[in-house]
Design a protein around this ligand. Structure first.
Ligand code: FAD
Length: 468
């Protein structure tokens, strides 16, 4: 009987999106809840003790200000009973409008057109959603807490040590330690748990394999306030704008705000993971400069680039300059991508989920969705294992099956993100030509919700469940 087996302690490093989603999956299935006790561990302070302004800043400094979640990522959340919470904290992605906006204000902008309910799922009866990442994270943490999950904050990892019977000892920088039966790395794109796995697999290549590849793109992510969501199509639409080189995508989020991502080509990456506290000495030339958060880039270089795009047209805000002037925060980050191999995201009783397992360009739009999928598939594999395997200490078969299943899907998605990213950057005559060509084929004027035959396209059609 499952209930007579001692509960296994699951140390989940990272209380971002994938970590709480995995804890929730374990706690929401009766058999898994009787077998496993998840414990979330995060290096950041308890968000409930921060002012909302500080929290938003800490959140967004490294993980994106807001995200879109598509039907493949929404399905597990709805199955967990979170539909109402998701809907009340987000806005539907129910109109998308495409534009071309030359950087020089003298050249006229151009509208390709709009598509209604572009990601409508008849099965789920839902559009994709736009949500601030902090709102999604709070919702997942609250639900996990209500279902009995404990979270330890301010727990910065120093290292890991392999123990008997597949257990792992976690050493923290505050001098404490904890031994867990199953270690799950949900600690993002620069994962310490991935470093540990790679080192176990092959110390000679670990360092080189750890850092995701720089994709020659830089991303500015902003949240701007004072843009009411009303009947006007441009205020409600998710907007994609081709710039001369690069693109701007924006969408309304609750609170009369617009989230926007400005993604531009870039030759050299700044030094990896080095946050420079580089605020302007004086007030700066533009009032919006104070919204730029410290990053690996110099403040002045970010201002210079943003300034060049101020006059480009934006249908809801008028210009990109108006988005900047109303920005609560602007984050800049070099864009990296890598899908690690199956043996690089699992070792013994250790596995990776979310960005720790694969980091994708934002042009995938699937970082969050794939993290939620990972959490669901990993829980499903543990459930299968609990029913079929004699040795319940050795979780390897479940974790290996998880890794084998996830990697091919991630590779395909990363390839799509790479192609979309190249189109968006348009930094050679070839990609500019392809971009102009494919733009003529946007199915503008179409309404997927009105078409009963419309099917969810790949990868939005996936429906992962814990109990299959
Ligand atoms: C600008 C931008 C726009 C994006 N847009 C989209 C989008 O539209 N749709 C989408 O699906 N995705 C989008 N993404 C991606 C999405 O934000 C990520 O894929 C998602 O947040 C990953 O979740 P995660 O839980 O794996 O990792 P994270 O959200 O990065 O969380 C990792 C957690 O681990 C903690 N941590 C890290 N290191 C340690 C350590 N050593 N010890 C303890 N704790 C640690 C961190 O504090 C954090 O809480 C976007 C990303 C960016 C940057």
């Amino acid at each position: 009987m499952a209930a007579s087996v001692p509960q296994k302690l699951v140390g989940i490093i990272g209380a971002g999106i994938a970590g709480p989603a995995f804890a929730l999956q374990l706690l929401s299935h009766p058999r898994l809840a009787s077998l496993y006790r998840p414990l979330l561990l995060d290096k950041t302070p308890d968000p409930s003790t921060l002012s909302s302004e500080d929290q938003a800043k800490k959140e967004s400094a490294s993980f994106g200000a807001a995200v879109a979640v598509f039907p493949n990522g929404l399905h597990p959340l709805y199955a967990l009973g979170l539909r109402e919470a998701v809907e009340s904290a987000s806005l539907p992605l129910d109109i998308i409008s495409f534009w071309k906006s030359p950087t020089a204000s003298s050249t006229p902008h151009y509208e390709y057109g709009t598509i209604d309910h572009p990601t409508w799922s008849h099965g789920l009866q839902s559009d994709a959603i736009n949500i601030e990442r902090s709102a999604l994270r709070d919702m997942l943490l609250k639900a996990a807490r209500e279902r009995g999950c404990e979270t330890m904050w301010d727990k910065k990892i120093k290292g890991f040590e392999e123990q008997d019977k597949g257990a792992t000892k976690i050493n923290f920088e505050d001098g404490s330690d904890l031994t867990v039966d199953l270690l799950v790395g949900a600690d993002g794109g620069y994962s310490m748990v991935r470093k540990y796995i790679l080192d176990k697999r092959d110390p000679a290549t670990a360092e080189k394999r750890w850092l995701p590849d720089f994709m020659h793109q830089t991303g500015f992510y902003g949240i701007s306030k004072g843009f009411p969501y009303d009947k006007d199509v441009s205020s409600r639409a998710t907007i994609g704008i081709w710039l001369d080189r690069g693109m701007l995508a924006s969408a309304p989020v609750p609170g009369d705000k617009i989230r926007w991502d400005l993604v531009l080509p870039e030759k050299e990456a700044p030094p990896a993971s080095r946050a420079v506290v580089d605020t302007p000495k004086s007030e700066g030339k533009f009032p919006w400069e104070s919204a730029i958060l410290p990053s690996a880039y110099s403040h002045d270089s970010s201002v210079e680039i943003l300034q060049k795009h101020m006059n480009a047209f934006h249908p809801a805000a008028g210009t990109i300059g108006n988005l900047l002037e109303n920005a609560e925060q602007i984050i800049r980050t070099p864009l990296r991508q890598r899908v690690w191999k199956a043996k690089e995201i699992q070792y013994g009783n250790v596995a990776l989920i979310g960005d720790a397992a694969r980091l994708m360009l934002p042009s995938s739009g699937q970082g969050t969705g794939f993290g939620i999928e990972d959490a669901t598939v990993l829980a499903a594999k543990l459930l299968e294992h609990s029913k079929s395997s004699a040795d319940q200490n050795d979780l390897r078969p479940a974790l290996e099956a998880y890794a084998r299943e996830r990697v091919p899907r991630s590779k395909k998605m990363a390839t799509v993100a790479w192609v979309t990213g190249k189109l968006a950057m348009a930094d050679s005559w070839f990609w500019r030509w392809v971009r102009d060509f494919v733009s003529r084929w946007f199915p503008v004027g179409y309404n997927y919700k009105n078409d009963p035959k419309a099917k969810d396209p790949w990868p939005l059609d996936a429906r992962f469940n814990v109990d299959r």
